[in-house]
Write a protein that binds this ligand. Structure first.
Ligand code: 5AD
Ligand code: SF4
Length: 601
């Protein structure tokens, strides 16, 4: 099944054949006049769209290229679409076995050592997507470079969550234009691609606005990158922005960008079904789908074997995780939501839930810390809270995005809870997990937000006293419910003033909360040298706060009598001496293990 968006920006499921017909129709009569070729891949229910632009002089190179261009222009017939559409769905293809489309040979799909330069914007999900995209291109014979000047391909992994995020990309494209023009006159032409949410949101608008962009790949189209790059290499613009109902890249092992890192992110689910009224994510990343538990465990085991000490489970709604890939005996069991919370979608049933996954992941390696982000407050049943409390290596840290402290605004945001239900959940979490560290997201100046609503948010910040906070000014996004139904009526300067007030209050309260750690001993996972001082080390405590301490000799609890200097990946005990809203400082006195430390801290 395919996912398509209708004129109201809502998702609807489509049979692949329907999709072929729709695409074929737009090919002949639709608004996409420049579209010259379309292909449907039944493998993983993807379809892709390739559009052409006028080939420039640099785009007419060599016999092979010419031959490929003419094959591409001729393209497959409508009969071909129909044949592809009726191919069996269960024929999921591993990366290596992917058949090239009929107009590209296997050789043409290869990177032939061309160098790719990635630039990643936005959230952690995009960092993980970059690793997935790179893993796919590496297997196709591309090389990676961190030097922009020597790149043959530049890929920007983009974010659309706020207007400002997109503006950054447009500005960057203008800078890259100069580089591309210079390269026109020199050796191999430079290709530029837009990946991720902005490609998905703006689609051909990017190709029309910035002729220098050669390819677009939405968040579910990274498997198609070798083909898209091959098409782009021939001088055509290439795009695949179709969303999928089942793509989780479960079989693609992300390639860690930093080989010396102590921690890694593991994507466990993609997309979001919540449809909060301000949010573009359900439109750019599509429907919620979870990766099979077995493939997540395999990835975590591999990371543990590589010596990594921390894994963060990643997803738009991690705790809504539901692996339906295997039939479960308890398939009829319905979902337990947090008390006082509702969903915007029909209740889902069955499958392996987040508590099961968290339990399994935390058993892989007792010396590996487990975190997860970003959850939704509605999906915190007691078994998840109990597990976090009981298991030593699951960090006592919960991100609980509130977005607003006003029940009226929460309703307009379609968050599915009131301020009272949220506060009750906070109390319940604090009772269930003593000492838990809490963080949150807030939006200032949402549609219709009054001064009174704003003060309610200020009071929530004071009441909860979060340790970590992410605060944003509201940015209206097209396609969202708020865009269609509400008025962006809080003036920009008011939004910014309210945001500043929230930031100040958050900082005051976080400083107070963090100061309660002064005098305590905390377990810190060492990350490396502090960025500010070569004589200090930096690491994170269980609550994910940064801890800075002098790089000095200390005892080694696992080898009594031995004195050592802490290395990245070591657990050390740190006596906290001072705290600010964002950092703790202290003195490390002992290297230890996570298991031994749990008896101590
Ligand atoms: N404007 C401002 N902030 C937003 N967020 C999501 N959409 C918007 C928007 N349109 C914030 C929310 C979310 C975080 C990832 O980004 O706080 O939790
Ligand atoms: Fe956006 Fe709401 Fe989904 Fe988070 S839960 S990604 S804010 S729609």
């Amino acid at each position: 099944m395919q996912l398509s968006q209708n004129h109201f920006g809502l998702f609807s499921a489509m049979h692949p054949l329907q999709c072929v017909l729709q695409v074929y129709r737009s090919l002949r009569w639709g608004p996409l006049a420049s579209v010259s070729w379309l292909q449907l891949r039944t493998c993983r229910a993807h379809s892709s769209l390739t559009s052409t632009a006028c080939p420039g002089p640099e785009r007419q190179q060599g016999g092979v290229q010419k031959d490929f261009s003419s094959r591409l222009a001729a393209g497959p017939t409508f009969q071909h679409f129909l044949r592809s559409a009726s191919a069996p769905q269960e024929n999921l293809c591993p990366l290596e076995a992917e058949d090239p489309p009929p107009y590209i040979t296997v050789d043409e799909l290869l990177g032939r050592q061309r160098k790719v330069y990635f630039e990643t914007y936005g959230c952690q999900m995009n960092v993980n997507d970059t690793e997935i995209a790179w893993s796919i291109l590496q297997k196709s014979g591309y090389l990676r470079t961190s030097n922009l000047q020597e790149a043959d391909v530049i890929l920007l992994v983009t974010c659309s969550i706020r207007e400002k995020a997109e503006q950054t990309i447009w500005n960057r494209l203008h800078q890259l234009k100069a580089l591309k023009t210079r390269r026109l006159r020199s050796r191999v032409p430079l290709r530029i691609g837009i990946l991720g949410c902005m490609a998905e949101r703006l689609k051909e608008e990017i190709l029309n606005r910035e002729k220098m962009v050669d390819l677009l790949a939405g968040p579910d189209a990274y498997r198609d990158l070798p083909r898209l790059l091959t098409v782009a290499e021939s001088g055509q613009q290439a795009a695949n922005v179709l969303l999928s109902l089942d793509e989780t890249y479960a079989d693609v092992m992300p390639v860690q960008t930093c080989p010396s890192a102590t921690s890694a992110f593991v994507s466990i689910m993609r997309g979001c079904d919540n449809m909060c009224s301000y949010c573009i994510v359900p439109f750019t990343r599509g429907r919620e789908r979870s990766r099979p538990v077995a493939s997540i465990l395999a990835e975590v085991r591999k990371l543990s074997e590589q010596g990594l000490k921390e894994v963060t489970l990643l997803g738009q709604n991690v705790n809504s995780f539901r692996d339906n890939s295997e039939v479960q005996f308890n398939n009829a069991v319905s979902t337990n939501l947090s008390r006082g919370f509702t969903t915007n979608y029909k209740t889902k049933q069955g499958g392996l839930r987040f508590a099961h996954l968290l339990d399994q992941v935390s058993r892989v390696d007792p010396e590996m810390r487990i975190r997860f982000t970003s959850p939704h407050p509605k999906d915190f049943p007691d078994e998840v809270l109990q597990l976090i409390h009981e298991r030593d290596n699951i960090c006592k840290q919960i991100h609980l995005p509130a977005q607003s402290g006003s029940s009226r605004v929460l309703e307009a945001m379609r968050r599915g809870y009131s301020r009272e239900a949220y506060v009750e959940l906070i109390h319940h979490i604090r009772e269930s997990i003593p000492g838990v560290s809490l963080s949150s997201d807030f939006i200032a100046g949402f549609c219709g937000e009054t001064e009174e609503d704003h003060l309610q948010t200020v009071s929530l910040l004071r009441e909860v006293q979060y340790n970590i906070g992410f605060l944003f000014a509201y940015s209206m996004r097209q396609k969202t419910r708020a865009y269609h139904r509400l008025k962006d009526d809080v003036p920009e300067e008011v939004k910014l003033r309210r945001l500043e007030e929230l930031i100040n209050v958050f900082r005051e309260e976080a400083t107070k909360a963090n100061k309660t750690s002064v005098g305590c001993t905390q377990l810190v996972l060492v990350e490396g040298l502090s960025k500010r001082s070569a004589t200090d080390l930096c690491g994170r405590n269980d609550g994910n706060l940064k801890v800075i301490f002098p790089d000095a000799e200390m005892e080694d609890a696992t080898n009594p009598g031995l004195r050592i200097r802490a290395q990245p990946g070591d657990y050390v005990l740190v006596k906290i001496t001072s705290a600010s809203s964002q950092t703790l400082k202290g003195h490390a006195f002992c290297r230890t293990t996570l298991k031994d430390a749990s008896a101590y801290c």
